[in-house]
Design a protein around this ligand. Structure first.
Ligand code: ZN
Length: 476
């Protein structure tokens, strides 16, 4: 069996990385403030003999570990950021926060980071044991939720010499991840008016809150005329205060604008900006904008997807047991029927409402109704052939960004799914290291897909990571 040896190397570090995942689960940190989680990852990399770079691309919580010499460079991407408001006790199938209003790992990035590090460690050990040329580089990427750090890492040249990139995400099902996602950009619009007593001298005031309201009305009228896969969402960051008798002199709304690709996104962003100016004109206020983050759409890679699928097939489905299924059944009982139906629809699978946990490998190319989210892995996928796995770690249908996902972040099933996917990633890395023709094919596939529109960083020049982002609204 050609992958047995590297899978044994994955198993050898299994408990160590499960413990890392559990520790990170217990210290949920947000967007660019993942100081303890990044330190845990850096310490593990050092312990395992990687050459460690902290503060990559000038981002304090970005950590890179490299091992091996010469040869090809395989990147394995991990994450470790959490989400606000999703604090939840582990293993409890009812809403019970550890800390009211606290953070929680509601997208499974504790598993994502530790699983990626597990795969990278196995590849490192394999290269060392066989004395083979080749390097493996673990990228500990912060701020996937809302900060899109990978775009800044790409812009800094951190992927310049990488031949293949591999990542994964926890999910309901195991297999090659659907290589589709939307481009997006997040922009804060801050309106400035003039404060006044709202009853005594309203004619002297100019309301920034009115401007935000008119902007939202204007943007909502855009919707009918947008491409059907485009999306626009907004959140009020600052409504101008809580006193209705004061004309609000300042107000900020954050917009998240998504489209199929950057070409489709650009005119929509310009339109939203024009609407903001219109709202300022109507209210005699002024508007300032700040781009918080931006990501491209994912570029798939057929040769790598084919190889990862073969590795998954040789692995077989994750081996969950009766106890795993009993725990998953408790969580499934808290889900809505349409959450479960949605998971099957997205995977392109027929609905099987009685199944608690994944017992299959997703068919390759059997795409369902997915691809409407965004990810900062996309910017890596434009410059390096990239493949991602889905790894079954939770009851089928558990939506992302929910307390149910936080609660399942330390179950035995989550650990098994993480180790299983680490094996799929390590096997895929090994295939690339063994077969230069595969890497050449993967690069040709990337050129074919992007040839007529080479990568343009979606971040406007001068935009830096929002390290002090005080308000984080949801994920990508
Ligand atoms: Zn996520």
């Amino acid at each position: 069996m050609k992958n047995e040896e590297i899978w044994q190397l994955v198993d050898a570090r299994r408990d160590l990385m499960i413990a890392l995942s559990d520790r990170v689960w217990g210290m949920p940190e947000l967007c660019y403030s993942e100081h303890r989680s990044a330190a845990e990852h850096a310490a593990m990399l050092e312990r395992e003999g990687f050459r460690v770079t902290r503060g990559a691309a000038g981002i304090p919580t970005a950590v890179i570990g490299e091992a091996g010499v010469g040869g090809l460079v395989i990147a394995i991407l991990g994450e470790f950021d959490a989400l606000p408001g999703l604090s939840q006790e582990a293993g409890v199938a009812e809403r019970r926060p550890v800390e009211a209003g606290g953070n929680g790992h509601g997208c499974g990035h504790n598993l994502l980071g530790a699983g990626a590090l597990l795969a990278a460690t196995a590849v490192k050990d394999y290269l060392a044991e066989r004395r083979l040329p080749g390097r493996v580089r673990y990228y500990g990427c912060p701020a996937e939720e809302g900060g899109a750090a990978k775009g800044f890492l790409v812009r800094s040249g951190a992927f310049q010499d990488v031949d293949v990139a591999i990542s994964w995400h926890p999910a309901s099902f195991s297999g090659v991840k659907d290589p589709r996602s939307l481009a997006n950009t997040r922009i804060d619009f801050t309106f400035t008016g003039r404060s006044a007593h709202a009853a005594g001298a309203p004619h002297l005031g100019r309301s920034a809150l009115d401007a935000v309201e008119l902007m939202n009305v204007g943007v909502n009228y855009m919707r009918e005329h947008m491409p059907s896969r485009a999306r626009v969402h907004y959140a009020l960051l600052d409504a101008g205060g809580i006193a209705p008798n004061v004309v609000q002199a300042r107000a900020t709304v954050r917009y998240l604008i998504r489209a199929g690709d950057l070409a489709e996104l650009k005119p929509l962003v310009e339109w939203v900006r024009t609407v903001a100016q219109g709202a300022a004109l109507m209210t005699q206020t002024t508007v300032e904008t700040r781009v918080v983050s931006a990501v491209s759409n994912l570029v798939g890679n057929e040769p790598l997807e084919r190889v990862m699928h073969e590795v998954f097939l040789s692995l077989g489905p994750p081996q969950f047991d009766e106890e795993d299924r009993a725990i998953a059944a408790m969580f499934r009982a808290t889900l809505r029927g349409d959450d479960i139906a949605e998971a099957y629809a997205k995977a392109g699978l027929p609905l099987d409402p009685d199944k608690e946990l994944c017992d299959l490998i997703l068919p390759l190319g059997g795409r369902g109704a997915g691809g409407m989210g965004s990810t900062d892995v996309a910017d890596v996928s434009w410059v390096v052939p990239t493949v991602q796995a889905s790894g079954a770690t939770c009851a089928i249908g558990t939506p992302f960004h929910t307390w149910q996902l936080t609660a399942q972040g330390k179950t035995a099933a989550a650990h098994k799914g993480m180790v299983h996917t680490a094996k799929a990633m390590a096997g895929t890395a090994l295939a690339a290291l063994r077969d230069p023709a595969l890497v050449a094919d993967a690069k040709a596939d990337l050129r074919r897909r992007t040839g007529d529109q080479p990568y343009v960083c979606p971040l406007p020049p001068g935009v830096e990571p929002a390290l002090n982002m005080s308000v984080v609204q949801g994920g990508p």
